[in-house]
Every structure is written in C-alpha cells, then in structure tokens.
Design a protein around this ligand. Structure first.
Ligand SMILES: Cc1ncc(COP(=O)(O)O)c(C=O)c1O
Length: 383
C-alpha cells in the first residue's frame, strides 16, 4: 500500500498542514476535529475493535451511533416530538419524487416556489404526481432574489407548498435583514416542504413552521450518501398511492431508517457533525459565525466597482456567495491565482459562470479573511 501524498496539482505554498481552504458548494468542507475523529474510528470505533465502515447496521455499536445521531439532530434543531428524524439515501434529488409520491394525490394541487436551479428540478419532478402550480417563477429574474409575500401567486388550494431555503447555485436565500430565515405566509395552513440542502443547521429555524424539512447532508450536516429528513407525524399517515416500501416515509420511520442497509458511515458522520455544532454553541452561535464570515466577503463586493455580485442585496445567501470580475478572462485568472494562494473550488456552477464561494458551517473565519484579502489584492492588480 502506498502512503497518501498531496495531489500533484496542489500548490506547495500557502496551504495549511497540506490542506486547502475548500470553498466547494458540496460535498463541502468538514470540521477538522470531525475528520480527526473519523480517522480514529475508521480503525477502531468506540473500542469495539471494528472500524465504523465495517460495522453491521444491526450491531450494538451502530444501534448506539444511530440513536445518538437522531437524538443530537433533535437537540440541535429543537425538533418537536411529533416529527420523525430519518436518514435516507438517494440524495435530495430523491426527495423531489418522494415528497409528491407520499403526500400528493393525483387530483390534488401543490404550489411550488421556483427560486433557483434545484427548485426548478423539484418542480419538474413533482408534475408526475398531481397538478403543480408554480406560485413563483424566478427564471425571468435570473433567480437574483426570493420573492416577497406580495409577489407570490398562491393557487389557494395547495395540499402543500414546496420551497428551497438557500439557492446554492445563484447564491440567494430566504432571509430577513439579520440573516434569519424568512418563511412566506402560506394560505389555508398548507404544510411547507422545504429543501434545506445548503443551509440546514447553519442558522436557527422553527421546525414546526414546516411539514417536511430535507437536506442532502454533504454541505452543512455531514457527507454525501445520507439525506436528513424531518417529517411531521400527520404527513407520514398520508397514503395517496401504492409505493415500493423503500419509498414510503412511514416504512422508513417504522424501521428507523434501516429498511435496508443504510449508509452507516454517512449517518455516523452526520452524528459527529451534530455533536460538533452543539459544541460550537448550537445554531445561534453557528448563525453568528456564518454572518461574520459572509460579511467579510460582501464587504469587499460592496466597496468594489470591479466585482459584481449576482444576488439582490435583500436575498444574499450567507452560504454561497456568487460574483464576477469584469470579464470571463479575469474570472479564469481569479480562480487560477486563488488556487495558487491556497483557495480551491471557487469556480461558479456551469450554468451561471463566474465565482462562487461556499462558506458552510465548517469554513473557518480565517478562510474568509484569506479570500477577502485575496479579492482586494486581485482588484488592485487587475482593476
Ligand atoms: C438546494 C439543493 N437542492 C438539491 C440538491 C441536490 O442534492 P443531491 O445531489 O443530494 O441530490 C442540491 C445539490 O447541490 C442543492 O444544493
């Protein structure tokens, strides 16, 4: 077996103990102490003499890891007792059809708020299962903002409403000026299903405002392979059609997310991240940390005539900051030079171009300071 070496492309200078500042939109940066703990547990998990990736999903060690992951997930989010915590597979994309398949009858209507690329996907998938009313269409606005209540055209008969709290690709977020979550006022008490893939547990929110919360874990709450789902009891009881057992929330809840072999390692990692968030002071502390970090970058954008941000100010994401230089050539140069300075994964999504800096929970303040300094210097040299 060869020992691990740094990839040849990684610059030799400006790295911290062989690691880059990772601004990836997902899978994203993990807390360093979580990685260190996982390194130990890969070899021998909790004194069992068996590594975490080799444990049976029915063994006592994993029973405990799963129970703690559920308990810690509840503690972090203050999840009410009438909600189940599930760890599912298939990514958030699978929720695009699991949601309507489980809670929308063919004759019913659901309202979708299309605020970005992923919300568009959710909207398209759902059409197979009932009537889907697009209560907000952000495409003509290039998804630069999330709508006010007055701009939303509800159907008035929705069985549920779907929204995406943070639009990873466009860098917009449903937020108030202080960065707290802004929840639209939905008529007739229809439950809100929320895709929180890129901001779950990055700021406080009231779980009871939603019927279902879901997030692929790979940005703020773990690694790829596990989707965290919080679902209210009454929605579990819905059965609008026959479905394979694996796709039924009620089966997954009854079987404690172990209807088949679950992603043991990914669940274990989410468990570690929930413990790490608690150690940092919980969601209020996480939010402050994230506001401080995002302000460092937005401050550079606001003082600059060189960079142009994509998001409208009132919808700016604290998680994904999207911006451009005056030309595509300068964007390319920016990304290449930032890489040489120890900052990776700053290229924007293929559908939007430019740059995107993802500042998930585990991104340290120093990473944001380094990026802000780099941005100022790059502007000075190229502006
Ligand atoms: C907001 C949002 N929703 C859904 C997805 C799709 O998630 P997955 O790749 O886990 O299916 C992503 C992925 O980046 C996302 O950012």
């Amino acid at each position: 077996m060869t020992t691990a070496t740094a990839p040849a492309a990684m610059p030799a200078t400006n790295t911290r103990s062989g690691r880059m500042y990772n601004f990836s939109a997902g899978p994203g940066v993990l807390p360093e102490e979580v990685i260190r703990q996982a390194q130990e547990d890969l070899w021998n998990c909790r004194g069992s003499g068996i590594g975490i990736m080799e444990h049976s999903h029915r063994a006592k060690t994993f029973d405990k890891i799963l129970a703690e992951a559920v308990e810690d997930c509840r503690a972090v989010g203050n999840v009410p007792a009438n909600y189940h915590v599930l760890f599912l597979t298939g990514g958030a994309t699978t929720q695009n059809f699991m949601v309507p398949a489980n809670i929308l009858a063919q004759h019913e209507t659901a309202d979708y708020l299309t605020t970005g690329y992923w919300a568009e996907k959710s909207y398209e998938h759902a059409k197979m299962y009932g009537t889907i009313h697009e209560a907000w269409n952000g495409r003509p606005h290039k998804h630069t903002f999330c709508p006010s209540d007055a701009e939303i055209a509800w159907s008035g008969k929705a069985a549920y409403v779907h929204m995406c709290s943070n639009n990873t690709i466009y860098g917009t977020q449903w937020r108030n000026t202080d960065g707290s979550i802004r929840v639209p006022k939905v008529p007739n008490g229809a439950p809100i299903v929320i895709d929180m893939c890129s901001d779950m547990y990055s700021r406080p929110f009231n779980v009871a405002d939603f019927g279902i919360v879901y997030a692929g874990a790979q940005k703020n709450v773990g690694i790829a392979g596990c989707t965290v789902v919080l679902i209210r009891d009454d929605l579990l009881a819905k059965k609008p059609r026959e479905l394979p057992l694996m796709l039924q929330y009620s089966v997954q809840a009854k079987d404690e997310s172990r209807h088949n072999t679950p992603p043991v390692f990914a669940i274990y990692m989410s468990g570690l991240v929930f413990k790490w968030i608690q150690k940092q002071g919980g969601l209020a502390a996480m939010h402050k940390h994230n506001v401080d970090k995002a302000n460092l970058i937005y401050d550079v954008l606001d003082r600059s005539a060189f960079y142009k941000g994509h998001a409208r100010k009132d919808s700016r994401s604290l998680m994904n900051i999207t911006f451009r230089c005056p030309s595509e050539e300068l964007d390319t140069k920016f990304i290449a030079e930032a890489f040489k300075a120890g900052m990776d994964q700053l290229k924007g999504h293929r559908s939007t171009g430019g740059m995107r800096a993802s500042l998930y929970n585990a991104m340290p303040v120093d990473g944001c300071k380094a990026l802000a300094d780099f941005m100022r210097e790059f502007e000075r040299k190229n502006g």
